[in-house]
Every structure is written in structure tokens, then in C-alpha cells.
Ligand binder design. Structure first.
Ligand code: NAP
Ligand code: HSE
Length: 430
């Protein structure tokens, strides 16, 4: 296998330019590891003249990335444009149709069209590789498909969005609100083109849907993921969480339950002394659980040029070595149909914060609602100030079904003297 592996790269932004830099800088190492040279022959972006901090001399430049995918002199098309539909999907489909292997970092595309694209690639006898799509520099796809091949994973969860973890970390460490930190995450190259994709939890949901497919051998089912973001997390909740012995993290959690496959992304209170609570800044972590390994956690940088380029290049190396593994660990035609568990059957503990006028009797009404719904309180924090001032009251409740918690919160919201909609954050006892 001594022939040079030829690469065409569509998209030269944070990840695309980073990939070219890594391929240039490590060409000798890669040649040694692949037993053949890896050479970029063609690139595509919108603006040919933009300075990307990397030389494009000698590379064929295509204004039309789809044309490049089907016509360029290449064995592999690397799609680093982004988006679940439109140009990115066209590039990937054109590459597969032309018999080229595909490497992509595009979790949105895979979350929405992953099962179909996997079928197309497997029918065409080409690889569809996507290590960079989930958890940046962490080789979690390789770990799931190869390292854990003998395991039936029962639960997989993690911090899957670097931007949100960076924001939550700086909020906790520096007492900032989330809007104060977002611009920094963008300037560091962590955020998506539309950063609401990160903040609203959608990016983490894309990644979770991919992981759940790999873990449970089912078609990718992004539509069933319950998604909440971090925009309603306030400094007050971060401080109360700390006082109660927790940290707030945006987690993606997928598990086999008695009601089907649960997939959820939302802010969580996690005990401050569990390993994932200490995963800070732009770092991601993924935990897989199964009978034989018990629990495995991988941690690393979840976004940015270097970590993502590292993952893209790992896929290129696998292709150069001739490694062939089904896209989602089993052949795409054999993936089972999704069997989503309804979120209202979720069973867990909850943190509830109320903004209450500080006068006698209001908390008695709240306690009566809990009693009437047979929900048991675990702890309560209230700092009174002066009579008739609005004060926060925080309580945690023991495990109960989500539907019941929602009914309790709706009833509490109607109590006279509760002046804002209650804030509810799920507690994960990991
Ligand atoms: P980016 O910096 O916005 O780069 C996007 C690139 O796509 C730009 O070079 C842009 O060209 C090019 N492009 C846009 N429309 C195009 C078109 N019609 N034809 C050809 N090229 C086009 O985005 P990124 O952060 O590198 O992300 C790329 C992909 O990697 C996305 O799927 C993203 O979700 C994923 N990803 C990103 C990270 C990260 O940390 N940034 C991590 C993991 C995965 P111009 O430069 O000329 O405008
Ligand atoms: N915007 C994503 C994040 C990039 O912040 O995690 C990595 O997928």
C-alpha cells in the first residue's frame, strides 16, 4: 500500500485550516504510521483570497465544493463546512456517489441524516468517518466502535459541548453571567457559526444522538432527544448548587430504561466530588457504562482548531491504513429502529428555586403541594431578609417521576407570593 492517499478538503475555517496545518507539520510522522504519504490535492471555501494562516500553493482551489467532491483528483473528501443540510450534505453525497471516502466533523449532518448516509457509504463500499464530530479531540468514536466492541453499553453520558462548559466554568469561577463569556468562546473558535446551537443544547444533542446510535445499535434518533440549554442558568443557581455540594454542568445522557431509550440534554446538578464535576473549561468528558468495564471516562479538549484537527487526521490515517469498520459499529442496514422513552417517565431528583415574598405562610402552601402530590423534600435553603422583600428559596426533592415534578411546579407557580416562574434543574446522582 505505497500509493499516496490524496485528500480534498471542503471548508477552510477553524477546523479546515487546522487540518491542513497538522497534515503539513506531521507529514513525516503520518507517512511512517500509514506506510504511505498523505497529500492534500484540492480545497474549497467561499473566499479564495482569505488569509487562513496556511499556504494553499499548489492546491487546486474549487469555488464549488460539490464539484470538487465528485471531480477532484482525490481518494478522500474531508467535509468541514457544517450544517445538517444544504452544501455539506451535497458534498458528502457527491463524494460517496463518486466512490470517495468521506471524513467529516459535522455532527449536525450525522445527527439528522447519519443512518441514511451510512447506508449510502456502506453500499458504495466507502468509509464515512466522523471522529471529530463528537467531543473534539477525545477519540470516543474509536473507543466505542473498537475498544468497547465486546460490551453492551447500558448508559453513555458526558459533557459534550466545549462552549457551554467553558461558559459555565467561567461563570462559577469569576461570578460572570453567561452573556459576558460567550464572545470569548466565539473568539477562541469554540462556538458554532450560530452560537445559539451551542447555548440551547442542540450541538450536544447532535453528539448525544450519534453516541446513542453507536452504543445501542439503533438508527440515529436526534428528533427524540429532550433538549434544554444553559441560557436560564443564573449566577444565583450556580452559587446555591455549590452550597448544596453540587456543580452545574450541561450533560448529554443516553440510557436504556424500562420505557425505551432515554436521550436527554439539559443542565444538571452533579455532586461536586464525582470526576465529571471536575471537568472544566473547554474540556469534554464521556462516560460509558457496561457490565464488563463498569465505567470508563475519557476526557479531553472538546473544541478548537488543534483537538478537532487531531480527530480529523486520525480518521484519515485509518483510511490510509485500509481500516474498515461499519459506520455505527454494526452494518447500517442492521441498525434497529429507535424506541424513544418519553421524558415524562424520567425518574430523578430535582432542584427547585422559587422567588418568594418573605412573609409567613407561603412556604406552608408549598409544603402542602408537595404533600398532596406525595413528593418528598430532601433539603431547603432560605435566607430571609426583611419582611415583604423577595427572597430565593431553594429546595431539593427526592427521586420522583418527571410528570409528577412538572405538576408540582405548575401548582407551586400559582401560590400567592411566588413572584417568578420556578426554576427547575435535574439532579444526577452519577
Ligand atoms: P468555520 O470556521 O465557520 O468554517 C467553515 C468553512 O466552510 C469556512 O472556511 C467557509 O469558507 C467554508 N464554507 C462555507 N460555505 C461554503 C460553501 N458553500 N462552499 C465551500 N466552503 C464553504 O467552521 P468550523 O468551526 O471550522 O466548523 C466546521 C465543521 O466542524 C462544522 O461542522 C462544525 O460543527 C465542526 N466542528 C467544529 C469544531 C470547532 O471547535 N470549531 C469542533 C468539532 C466539530 P470561508 O472561510 O471562505 O468563509
Ligand atoms: N461548538 C462545539 C463545542 C464545537 O463548543 O463543543 C465542538 O464540537
Amino acid at each position: 500500500m505505497s500509493q499516496t492517499l490524496k485528500i480534498a478538503v471542503a471548508g477552510l475555517g477553524t477546523v479546515g485550516a487546522g487540518t491542513l496545518k497538522l497534515l503539513n507539520a506531521e507529514s513525516a510522522l503520518l507517512k511512517a504510521r500509514c506506510g504511505r504519504s498523505v497529500q492534500v490535492t484540492a480545497v474549497s471555501a467561499r473566499d479564495k483570497s482569505k488569509d487562513r494562516g496556511v499556504s494553499l500553493d499548489g492546491l487546486e482551489f474549487y469555488d464549488d465544493a460539490v464539484e470538487m467532491a465528485s471531480k477532484a483528483d482525490c481518494d478522500v473528501v474531508v467535509e468541514l463546512i457544517g450544517g445538517s443540510d444544504g452544501i455539506a450534505k451535497q458534498v458528502v453525497e457527491a463524494a460517496i456517489a463518486a466512490g470517495r471516502h468521506v471524513v467529516t466533523a459535522n455532527k449536525a449532518l450525522l445527527a439528522v441524516h447519519g443512518s441514511g448516509l451510512a447506508r449510502q457509504a456502506e453500499e458504495a463500499g466507502v468509509t464515512l468517518a466522523y471522529e471529530a464530530a463528537v467531543a473534539g479531540g477525545i477519540p470516543i468514536i474509536k473507543a466505542m466502535r473498537e475498544g468497547l466492541a465486546g460490551n453492551s453499553v447500558t448508559r453513555i453520558y458526558g459533557i459534550l459541548n466545549g462552549t457551554c462548559n467553558y461558559i459555565l466554568t467561567r461563570m462559577r469561577e469569576e461570578g460572570l453571567e453567561f452573556t459576558d463569556v460567550l464572545e470569548d468562546a466565539q473568539s477562541l473558535g469554540y462556538a458554532e457559526v450560530d452560537p445559539s446551537t451551542d447555548i440551547d443544547g442542540v450541538d450536544a444533542a447532535h453528539k448525544l444522538a450519534i453516541l446513542a446510535s453507536l452504543a445501542f445499535g439503533r438508527e440515529v434518533d436526534f428528533d427524540s432527544v429532550h433538549v434544554e440549554g444553559i441560557s436560564r442558568i443564573s449566577q444565583m443557581d450556580i452559587q446555591f448548587a455549590e452550597e448544596l455540594g453540587f456543580r452545574i454542568k450541561l450533560l448529554g445522557i443516553a440510557a436504556i430504561t424500562d420505557h425505551g431509550v432515554e436521550q436527554r440534554v439539559h443542565p444538571c446538578l452533579v455532586p461536586a466530588d464525582v470526576p465529571i464535576a471536575g471537568v472544566e473549561d473547554v474540556f469534554n468528558a464521556v462516560v460509558a457504562e457496561s457490565e464488563y468495564i463498569d465505567s470508563l471516562m475519557l476526557e479531553g479538549r472538546g473544541a478548537g482548531e488543534g483537538p478537532t484537527a487531531s480527530a480529523v487526521v486520525a480518521d484519515i490515517v485509518d483510511i490510509a491504513r485500509g481500516l474498515k469498520i461499519p459506520t455505527f459499529a454494526i452494518p447500517a442496514v442492521d441498525l434497529k429502529s429507535p424506541e424513544p422513552a418519553p421524558m415524562d417517565r424520567h425518574y430523578g431528583a430535582y432542584y427547585i428555586r422559587l422567588m418568594v415574598i418573605d412573609r409567613p405562610g407561603i412556604f406552608a402552601d408549598v409544603a402542602a403541594i408537595l404533600r398532596d402530590h406525595e413528593v418528598s423534600m430532601e433539603s431547603v435553603l432560605q435566607y430571609g431578609r426583611s419582611p415583604d422583600e423577595v427572597v430565593p428559596v431553594v429546595m431539593t426533592i427526592h427521586e420522583t417521576e418527571e410528570a409528577r415534578t412538572v405538576r408540582v411546579i405548575e401548582a407551586i407557580a400559582k401560590v400567592d407570593g411566588i413572584v417568578e416562574p420556578p426554576v427547575m434543574i435535574r439532579i444526577e446522582n452519577l
